[in-house]
Design a protein around this ligand. Structure first.
Ligand code: HBI
Length: 98
């Protein structure tokens, strides 16, 4: 699968809520903060099931109610639509809208 084109980046990345580019790597990152560990882990569990179903997995680090996430597509060596889709789903789960 191919990395996002410049026009796709210009269109898709600004539309993501609170995600930013990782320095020195073609990846995006975001810090999620939840009420407590249980809420963070519940969210991680939902994301994990969706990631497994999509065959596309986050790089994440959890401490108590905080989850730091980095998304990139290893097979493509950079950002693809799969990263955008997973980011959008993570945000929907965290917002309670899904
Ligand atoms: N997750 N982020 C990410 N990037 C990948 O390239 C990837 C993945 N999950 C599974 C997966 N690739 C499989 O297709 C194998 O390449 C491991």
């Amino acid at each position: 699968m191919k990395p996002l084109s410049d026009s796709e980046r210009a269109e898709l990345l600004p539309a993501l809520d609170g995600w930013s580019l990782v320095e020195g790597r073609d990846a995006i990152r975001k810090r999620f903060v939840f009420e407590d560990f249980g809420a963070a882990f519940a969210w991680m569990s939902r994301v994990a099931l969706a990631a497994e179903k999509a065959g596309h997995h986050p790089e994440w680090f959890n401490v108590y109610n905080r989850v730091d996430v980095v998304l990139s597509t290893h097979d493509a060596g950079g950002l693809t639509r799969r990263d955008v889709e997973l980011a959008q789903r993570m945000d929907l789960y965290a917002s309670g809208l899904l």
